[in-house]
Design a protein. Structure first.
Ligand SMILES: NC(=O)c1ccc[n+]([C@@H]2O[C@H](COP(=O)([O-])OP(=O)(O)OC[C@H]3O[C@@H](n4cnc5c(N)ncnc54)[C@H](OP(=O)(O)O)[C@@H]3O)[C@@H](O)[C@H]2O)c1
Length: 341
């Protein structure tokens, strides 16, 4: 598979490290024969090579100097849109920055363009799926390509994979969970006596906070994720701006550690449910008794409870995900494509 990768930040580099530094894994992945023919960024330059570019050198240049070097034989003057429009590739991996203000663009434009050209799309970027899943899925069907996005929710944990393969015939009637790692990490840190600012700084140093902290702390990231879940699992056309949203600014931070001694914990919960035939979604703080499954999710952990009409509620719980889990989710989508799934 020829791959064009848009964005070469934390997730793309982690994916590159997985592919370069753990090549022994490829023995177990016989269907996966990846050749990167293009890598682009917003400000660090682009690379292209129709025969397959040197991914190790790309990674090394970014790690050492923060950008692709003009003397690299794979160096390219193409910008991201030109690469998506012009290069010969089988799959677009879209890993650029989440842009909610612009309703998922330009990533959405890259993915529309790739799908219109009959290319497969894999993404960890929530914007395009949160704003335009139905449109992109329909484009993919029309052009006989696949649209996969496992890492958009719960960093690569098998949410969509599981629903696609193991919940066939079930109708999802409600989803709820703790979906934002940074928010849960900050809440846990504050309970332990860390200041709000210091907790955010630690989240940024850990590489899991979004580039814009308000995405995490004012509930935008969770709103995007619950929109994706509502769209994909409940066929609702809801956008992040339509999600009823309460973020950290509605919380009295001094009360957070006191609630623990009172036997409850505050958690930021995202929920989508059917009300009078319509799917409604919300994000906001809730108090849970200390032994409730949601109250036991610490640090960067996530949890998702799925209610269906045919099965009893299922809960997926993820402990301490990191960017490597996100990269694995992207890899898993690529493996599915490679296997012709
Ligand atoms: N990090 C995680 O754990 C995680 C988890 C789940 C989902 N995600 C999602 O995965 C995506 C990538 O995350 P990340 O952590 O790798 O982000 P990142 O470190 O901020 O990297 C983003 C990359 O995209 C490039 N970029 C930004 N705007 C662009 C544009 N308009 N066109 C082309 N390239 C552009 C950036 O280029 P420059 O470097 O030149 O700015 C950078 O290379 C995001 O959408 C994020 O929300 C991340």
């Amino acid at each position: 598979m020829k791959v064009l990768c848009i964005g070469f930040g934390n997730v793309a580099r982690s994916l590159a490290r997985l592919l370069i530094k753990e090549p022994s894994r490829s023995r177990f992945l016989p269907g996966l024969d990846l050749q990167f023919v293009g890598v682009t960024s917003a400000s660090r330059g682009s690379l292209e090579n129709a025969q397959g570019l040197d991914l190790s050198r790309a990674l090394q240049e970014i790690e050492e100097s923060g950008r692709f070097q003009g003397k690299n034989p794979d160096f390219s003057k193409l910008n991201s849109l030109e690469a998506v429009q012009q290069l010969d590739y089988d799959v677009l991996i879209e890993l650029s920055t989440l842009n909610l203000n612009n309703k998922g663009k330009p990533a959405l434009t890259y993915m529309r363009t790739a799908l219109e050209r009959g290319k497969h799309c894999v993404t960890a970027n929530k914007g395009p799926i949160a704003f335009a899943y139905q449109e992109l899925a329909s484009l993919a069907r029309k052009n006989h390509s696949r649209l996969l996005f496992e890492s958009t929710v719960m960093d690569g944990a098998p949410v969509f994979n599981m629903a696609r393969t193991a919940l066939k015939g079930c109708r999802v009637v409600a989803v709820e969970g703790i979906l934002n790692s940074t928010g849960n990490y900050v809440l846990t840190q504050i309970e332990q006596g860390t200041s709000f600012d210091e907790a955010i700084l630690k989240a940024r140093q850990g590489g899991f906070a979004e580039a814009d902290p308000s995405h995490d702390l004012e509930g935008w990231d969770a709103a995007a994720k619950i929109s994706i879940l509502a769209r994909v699992l409940m066929d609702a056309e809801i956008t992040p701006t339509e999600v009823s949203r309460k973020g950290f600014s509605t919380l009295d931070l001094n009360e957070i550690s006191q609630t623990v001694s009172a036997g409850t914990r505050v958690k930021m919960v995202a929920r989508a449910r059917i009300d009078s035939g319509k799917v409604l979604a919300e994000v906001g703080p809730e108090h849970f008794p200390i032994n409730h499954p949601f109250a036991t999710v610490d640090g960067t952990g996530n949890i998702l409870r799925i209610e269906t009409d045919l099965m009893c509620p299922l809960t997926i719980r993820q402990e301490s995900p990191s960017v490597k889990d996100t990269a694995y989710g992207v890899l898993n989508d690529l493996i599915e494509l490679g296997a012709g799934g």
